[in-house]
Ligand binder design. Structure first.
Ligand code: ATP
Ligand code: MG
Length: 276
């Protein structure tokens, strides 16, 4: 299978300005600024094959969103390199942007004050899509996501779950070959989570995009991901399938009862929070 995403020692360090307390100190801060630096992603080397769903898992602050933002060209690396579909993402070439999509579950990307349908019409123009083909595609995706009835309502009047479905349709409108989904089910009820999960499963089967998915709900990962990428404090600590991961953990633990995927992840996150 073809390699679609490739990184070599990809690193991102964020510098944040330490704001001193007090008025006089903050004036002094203008000339003598103190910075904190934080390595959000450290020398990550990866290869991802086409048509796979990769589940990216790690504690809060592990570097998941940073990795997705670099791979989609929203953030520039501090060092190292990456190629997605043969392009350097941060060069933000049009041909690249037309073939990828990033959905940030914690952020609205569609326009807040107009209906999703109007947003899609604008996106269709931005992506230079045929308007009637785009409309058909919206109707098809909306029926799969069971949300046709809200397409004409102002985005800000929709519930969180309805909004997320609208964002998903927006992210898929131009049929991206590579899709970055950052917490697409965050905060949703279990029925909405399940609808989105089943939708993604069927969508990937039909269209075959390469997907990197992050989620704090291990059901999403266990049900959808062909491969697991486990990240700890900016470094990848496991790459492989979910069953292999669970089997390895079970051999190591050698406990009387078998632990499942969710148990293993919980234990991993518990040790993470102790050593953080
Ligand atoms: N713009 C920024 N400026 C400064 N530090 C940042 C910035 N974005 C992220 N960081 C820091 O980089 C680290 C990784 O953040 P990131 O958002 O990639 O984590 P994450 O794995 O997506 O976490 P979560 O599960 O909470 O979404 C964190 O320590 C965060 O505080
Ligand atoms: Mg994140």
């Amino acid at each position: 299978m073809a390699i679609v995403i490739e990184t070599k020692d990809l690193t991102r360090v964020y510098k944040t300005y330490q704001k001193p307390e007090g008025f006089l100190n903050s004036l002094r801060g203008f000339v003598n600024r103190k910075y904190d630096s934080k390595t959000a992603l450290n020398k990550t080397t990866l290869q991802i094959e086409s048509g796979q769903i990769i589940g990216l898992v790690g504690a809060n602050g592990a570097g998941k969103t940073t990795l997705l933002k670099m791979l989609s060209g929203l953030v520039t690396p501090t060092s190292g390199d990456a190629l997605v579909l043969g392009y350097r993402p941060w060069e933000r070439k049009n041909e690249f942007l037309r073939q990828i999509s990033i959905l940030l579950g914690q952020k609205n990307q569609l326009w807040w004050d107009i209906s999703p349908m109007d947003s899609y019409a604008l996106l269709a123009r931005i992506y230079d899509l045929d308007p009637s083909a785009a409309r058909k595609r919206v109707e098809y995706l909306a029926s799969m996501l069971q949300c046709t009835h809200v397409l004409h309502t102002q985005l800000r009047r929709l519930s969180l779950g309805e909004r997320m479905k609208m964002e998903i349709i927006g992210a898929l409108l131009h049929e991206p070959r590579v899709l970055f989904l950052d917490e697409p089910t965050i905060g949703l009820d279990i029925v909405a989570q399940q609808t989105i999960r089943e939708f993604l499963e069927q969508y990937v089967k039909e269209k075959g995009p390469t997907v990197i998915l992050t989620s704090h709900y291990m059901d999403d990962i266990a049900k959808l991901a062909h491969k697991l990428l486990l990240i700890s404090k900016g470094s990848i600590v496991y790459q492989g399938t979910v069953p292999d991961f669970v089997a390895k953990a079970n051999t190591e633990l050698a406990e009387s009862e078998e632990v499942d995927f969710e148990d293993v992840i919980r234990r991993f996150l518990e040790t993470e929070s102790r050593v953080r």
